[in-house]
Design a protein around this ligand. Structure first.
Ligand SMILES: Cc1cc2nc3c(=O)[nH]c(=O)nc-3n(C[C@H](O)[C@H](O)[C@H](O)COP(=O)(O)OP(=O)(O)OC[C@H]3O[C@@H](n4cnc5c(N)ncnc54)[C@H](O)[C@@H]3O)c2cc1C
Length: 290
């Protein structure tokens, strides 16, 4: 199928883009990499009157890692995957990005586009939750910094206003004691996750001092497994019984969707196992056979 008719604008500044978004409201759509928007437009699930192409706005393709991480709106997923600065500061991006579609998709797709698209089974939104990221939104009223927990508001839905552009994502530098892992189960490599788990665990003297565990594919948005993290903190993360309990606690709070790819019950069981394995992988630096 072909998209319905639309007009096209390629602003050269954030201010110009925001003005267009404010003028057209819900009739406008931002296009970054186009890897999610164009299929949706071709299926006529989105029929914007105006496409606001942000690719001509300079300075949006930077990854900064000084004092904190900042990923600009036009950083391609492939550029993030190749950034040694980013992978040194937050190694979880390495395995998580390799699960995002295929190389060709990551060449065009942007990190921030994946966040704005807010697919509940996508990898990067869960990573941002686990890292305690903040999404920078720029609109007519100025800049808002939205914690990832508040940004993802439902299926393909965010708390962005219709005049707001995501201009970057900011991530606090993980502590030197932080260990992380990203694991997922999908029907084929490159598919969206049936269940994905991003785990960031801080360990001192053999005891967990902080933990953030985020899951994708199990609800209408990425979710934090807060009760599981609470059990893990203060525990020995190499204790198999602790890992079992943490995995079960993560699954107990979920009511995952049932669809043609798997039942909710199956997804909950997979979540329990993957949480356990992700923590083991983070701690032991292996792919998690716990
Ligand atoms: C075959 C295929 C397989 C895929 N597999 C996966 C997968 O396994 N995991 C995964 O996570 N993704 C997958 N994707 C999606 C891919 O990661 C997209 O690149 C990503 O979801 C969107 O990024 P984009 O830059 O292409 O955004 P676009 O497609 O340009 O935009 C997506 C949405 O976000 C909005 N948007 C984009 N940028 C901004 C911004 N800066 N501010 C405000 N709104 C914005 C757009 O208006 C639109 O609504 C797949 C895509 C394809 C085609």
């Amino acid at each position: 199928m072909k998209p319905s008719r639309f007009s096209y604008a390629a602003p050269t500044s954030v201010e110009e883009a925001v003005s267009l978004l404010a003028e057209y409201g819900d009739d406008a759509k931002v296009i970054a990499g186009g890897q999610s928007l164009l299929p949706i437009m071709n299926m006529r699930l989105a029929t914007p009157r105006l496409l606001v192409d942000i690719n001509q706005i300079p300075g949006q393709d930077q990854i900064l890692t000084n004092g904190g991480i900042r990923i600009g709106a036009l950083v391609r997923q492939s550029a993030a995957e190749r950034s040694t600065d980013l992978l040194t500061a937050a190694p979880i991006f390495g395995p998580a990005l390799r699960y995002v579609g295929h190389a060709g998709i990551r060449t065009r797709g942007t990190v921030c586009g994946s966040l704005a698209h807010a697919d509940p089974a996508a990898e990067l939104p869960a990573v941002m939750l686990a890292l305690g990221a903040t999404i920078e939104a720029t609109g007519k009223g100025g800049v808002r910094n939205i914690p990832a927990e508040e940004f993802f508001a439902g299926f393909l839905t965010t708390s962005l206003g219709s005049d707001e552009l995501v201009t970057g994502v900011k991530i606090p530098l993980p502590s030197r004691n932080a260990r992380s892992a990203f694991l997922e189960m999908a029907r084929r490599h490159g598919d969206f996750a049936l269940v994905g788990v991003a785990a960031v665990v801080e360990v001192e003297g053999g005891t967990v001092t902080a933990a953030r565990i985020a899951l994708s594919g199990v609800a209408d948005r990425p979710v934090l497994a807060n009760e599981a993290a609470r059990i893990l903190v203060g525990s020995d993360p190499t204790d198999v019984k602790v890992l079992e309990e943490v995995g079960q606690a993560a699954a107990a709070t979920l009511s995952p969707p049932t669809d043609v790819h798997g039942s909710g019950q199956y997804r909950a069981q997979v979540a329990s196992v993957l949480v356990r394995r992700a923590i083991a992988a983070a701690i032991l630096g292996e792919r998690g056979q716990a």
